[in-house]
Design a protein around this ligand. Sequence first.
Ligand SMILES: NC(=O)c1ccc[n+]([C@@H]2O[C@H](COP(=O)([O-])OP(=O)(O)OC[C@H]3O[C@@H](n4cnc5c(N)ncnc54)[C@H](O)[C@@H]3O)[C@@H](O)[C@H]2O)c1
Length: 360
Amino acid sequence: MKLKELNNFYKNKKVLVIGHTGFKGSWLTACLKNFKSRVYGISSNIPTKPSHFKLSRIHKNINEYRIDIRNYSKLKKKINQIKPDIIFHLAAQSLVRNSFEKPYATWTTNSLGTLNLLEILRETRIQKKTSIVIVTSDKCYKNVNQKKGYLETDILGDKEPYGSSKASAELIFYSYFHSFLSKKKMLNLATARAGNVIGGGDWSKDRILTDVIRSVKNKKKLMIRYPYSTRPWQHVLEPIHGYLILAKDLYKNKNKLNGESFNFGPSFNKNYSVKELLIKIKKYIPNIKWILDKNKKKPYEAGLLNLNCKKSLRLLKWKNILNFEQTIQMTALWYLSYLKNHDLENLTLMQIKDYEDKIV
Ligand SMILES: NC(=O)c1ccc[n+]([C@@H]2O[C@H](COP(=O)([O-])OP(=O)(O)OC[C@H]3O[C@@H](n4cnc5c(N)ncnc54)[C@H](O)[C@@H]3O)[C@@H](O)[C@H]2O)c1
């Protein structure tokens, strides 16, 4: 029923994905193509090589543009040309470690880029209903090492540049919404804060699964830096499902969602460690080999952050659909197909279909 509703809603809608070439953006774009939306994409580049975007041929049947979101006038011109019904804003410098190497680019992309989008919305006379989902991150919260999950009302802003630039995007959103955008009757917008995701086709630096696949491909042992650190693993399709519900419900003006923020995190009873993840993956990709890194000087890694997602459950009826085993299985099978040079465009569509079949 819920899937049918999503299908009916997105069919023929003009949807703009900003950051469509990235890991999450390309999966979102594939879902929208499945719904038969008219999809537009804006990104500055394809951030990795290889990429889910290229391997799954996401560029097919969409209109896409290479624009840097820090370029206000180019971004404005294109958004005004497209006149989308829905905007998903995912473009970002998305890696914590990179944010230490490139703090200025991280800040300008993540904060100024979001500011540009909001200013365009403020300046433009929007004459048709439009809903916007701005994707930030669980790292926007000040990490105070609390065990209980972070709530949407918890304090924002931490020390590292990525998290604080995302917190800043949240503050800009809050200020713009309450000072200007809440008065625009045609506009409904919200932010989405998800944790780390896994899934086929992520080739970003310093992601454990990416490293696993590279090591298998290069026939090398994998160096594990933090075997016992736990992560809230969730499949990339889980928060995407949340973003899709959020944009739809915003558009339909449901449940007073306008101006709100939502957490999208995993709901397993247990957090699994890197080692547990590797053991599970080995079931599907047996030739994985790893050794533990004894080097004391390890790169910065954020402490564990759990999200409380009760608001998303209550207002959006969103929750995770896959358990840990299914999450790992789907991810491992995608990469196994990559290693075997199988058709990944079809596989991505099949995995979306499998996921959708589980939506009740
Ligand atoms: N992947 C995760 O685990 C995760 C977790 C929490 C939040 N997020 C957030 O979700 C969003 C998507 O993440 P992802 O993993 O797909 O990221 P990604 O790095 O794979 O993709 C980033 C996208 O942003 C675009 N981009 C970067 N800088 C740009 C600029 N200046 N102008 C225009 N486009 C630009 C890239 O071209 C690409 O399309 C990001 O906002 C990220 O912070 C991701």
